[in-house]
Design a protein. Structure first.
Length: 84
């Protein structure tokens, strides 16, 4: 019995030795307060997955949402000031 197979060359991804540029690192640093606030909100929401939210959980989520909104506002104002 003959085996039929198409000749194939190996396909490998090019090694990724690419480091983030200074501008990309600056952008990440600028967005870090928002990222942290979003992680805190996610943590607060995850804590309430397995049980009904009590008053303390609701307050924790509200505070986390306010922090996210404040961080978004601060980031938008910073970005708007840099553009203007």
């Amino acid at each position: 019995m003959k085996t039929i197979a198409a000749p194939q060359t190996l396909v490998t991804a090019a090694p990724l030795d690419i480091e983030p540029s200074a501008a990309e690192l600056d952008a990440i640093d600028q967005e870090m307060p928002l990222i942290r606030a979003e992680v805190e909100l996610l943590d607060a929401q995850i804590m309430t997955i397995d049980h009904p939210a009590n008053e303390l959980d609701e307050r924790r989520i509200r505070r986390a949402r306010r922090r996210v909104l404040a961080a978004r506002r601060a980031l938008a104002n910073t970005t708007a000031n840099e553009v203007a």
